[in-house]
Design a protein around this ligand. Structure first.
Ligand code: MRU
Length: 345
C-alpha cells in the first residue's frame, strides 16, 4: 500500500515472510523498523507499544495470525488448529482496551479455521483486506468529518491518531489532513499527551512530514486555549466505543471533553465501526489499561524505599453526552440525536 503526499508514514510493512514494525518509541529521533517473524514477537511489539493506536494494533495482530498460521501448519499439518489457539490467546492479551484488536483477531480466526489445507494464503489475504479497508475507512471519515466541521480558525487534537496509529492516513488526523487539503491556514494544536508524549513526538512529526504546521501545547494548557477562543473543535480518535456512544480514548480525553463543553467548543470522535463494541452497553464496562507506574514516575522515586508511587491509567471514558459527533466510515452520529445502532450491520 502506497502512501500519498498527505500521508507518508507507514507503521507496518509486510515483507512476505515477516512483519516489520516501525518502533514508535524511538520517534521522532530515529526511524527504525523491527522485524517480527512469530506471533509472539508481534504480541510483544504491541505490548511494548512499538506499534500503538487502536486500528494499527488490530492490523499488526492480523499479520501476527498470518505468521502463526504459516508456522503452525508447517510444523504440524494435522494438528495446527489446536496449536494456533495459543497464538490467538497471546495476541488478544497484548493490550486490553482497544477493541480493534479483538475485532481483527475474530475476523482472522473465522478465515483461518475455515481454510482447507494450508491456511497461510487465506490468512494473508484477510490481513491485507483488513489493512486496506482501514485506509479506505480513514479516507472516507476524513471527508465526512471535514464536511461536519466546515470553516474554523483553530482545532485541537489529542494523542496520535494518524498514519502511525492506523493502516494509513489516520482517523482524527485524517480529518485534519482532509480539512487542510481543502482549506489550509487554520491552526492545528496538538497536546503533548503525557506520559508517553504521542502528541509531541508523533503527531507533530507526522504533520511535519505533510508540510502542515502544528502548535504544541502542554496537556494542562488545553482549557485555557479554549477559554481564549482559539479552537472551535477538539478532534480525537477512539480505542473502544460502547453501544451507547461512551468512548474510551487516550487519558486526558475526558478532561478535554469537560473543558470543551464549558467553553462551547465541539468534540468530534473519529473511529471506524471496528472500534464500536456492541457487546459493551456503556463506558463503565470498558476495560481500562493501567501501565507500569515506572512509565510515569521519575527515576528518582523508583527506589525500593521511596514513599512515592504512581497511578498510570492510559485511557479514560468520555460520556456520550459530551460528544458532538461520532464520525465513522458508515456515517456520522450525533449522540443524543441519533442512535449509534443506525451504524450496525
Ligand atoms: O496508548 P496508545 O498510543 O495506543 O493510544 C492511542 C489512542 O488513544 C488513540 O487516540 C486511539 O487509538 C485512536 S488512534 C486512531
Amino acid at each position: 500500500m502506497h502512501p500519498s503526499a498527505h500521508d507518508r508514514v507507514r507503521p507496518l510493512r509486510w515483507t512476505g515472510t515477516a512483519l516489520e514494525v516501525l518502533d514508535q518509541r524511538l520517534l521522532p529521533d530515529r526511524c527504525e523498523y523491527r522485524r517480527c517473524t512469530t506471533a509472539a514477537e508481534v504480541a510483544a511489539a504491541i505490548a511494548a507499544m512499538q506499534v500503538r493506536g487502536a486500528p494499527a494494533i488490530g492490523i499488526a495482530a492480523a499479520y501476527g495470525v498470518v505468521l502463526a498460521a504459516c508456522q503452525r501448519f508447517r510444523e504440524a499439518p494435522q494438528t495446527w488448529r489446536q496449536a494456533i489457539e495459543a497464538d490467538f490467546a497471546r495476541l488478544v492479551r497484548s493490550r486490553p482496551t482497544a477493541v480493534n484488536l479483538v475485532w481483527a483477531l475474530e475476523r482472522m480466526r473465522r478465515v483461518v479455521l475455515a481454510a482447507e489445507g494450508d491456511p497461510c494464503p487465506a490468512a494473508l489475504a484477510e490481513a491485507e483486506r483488513i489493512h486496506a479497508e482501514d485506509v479506505a475507512a480513514n479516507r472516507r471519515m476524513g471527508e465526512l468529518g471535514a464536511e461536519v466541521i466546515g470553516d474554523l480558525s483553530g482545532i485541537l487534537t489529542h494523542c496520535n491518531t494518524g498514519s502511525l496509529a492506523t493502516g494509513g492516513f489516520g482517523t482524527a488526523l485524517g480529518v485534519i489532513r482532509t480539512l487542510w487539503q481543502r482549506r489550509p491556514g487554520f491552526t492545528v494544536h496538538a497536546t503533548e499527551t503525557r506520559p508517553w508524549n504521542q502528541g509531541a513526538r508523533l503527531t507533530l512529526w507526522e504533520l511535519e512530514q505533510d508540510g502542515i504546521p502544528a502548535t504544541l501545547i502542554a496537556d494542562s494548557a488545553a482549557a485555557f486555549l479554549m477559554c481564549q477562543g482559539r479552537v472551535q473543535w477538539v478532534v480525537v480518535g477512539a480505542d473502544r466505543i460502547a453501544a451507547n456512544g461512551d468512548t474510551a480514548n487516550k487519558i486526558g480525553t475526558y478532561a478535554l471533553a469537560v473543558a470543551a463543553r464549558r467553553h462551547g467548543v465541539k468534540l468530534m470522535v473519529v473511529a471506524p465501526t471496528a472500534t464500536i463494541d456492541w457487546n459493551t452497553p456503556h463506558g463503565g464496562l470498558i476495560p481500562i489499561e493501567e501501565r507500569d507506574p515506572a512509565e510515569l514516575l521519575p527515576a528518582y522515586y523508583q527506589r525500593e524505599d521511596s514513599l512515592a508511587g504512581a497511578w498510570n491509567p492510559v485511557f479514560d471514558v468520555t460520556p456520550a453526552d459530551l460528544i458532538s459527533a461520532i464520525v465513522t466510515e458508515k456515517g456520522v452520529v450525533r449522540p443524543g440525536r441519533d442512535a449509534l445502532e443506525t451504524l450496525r450491520g
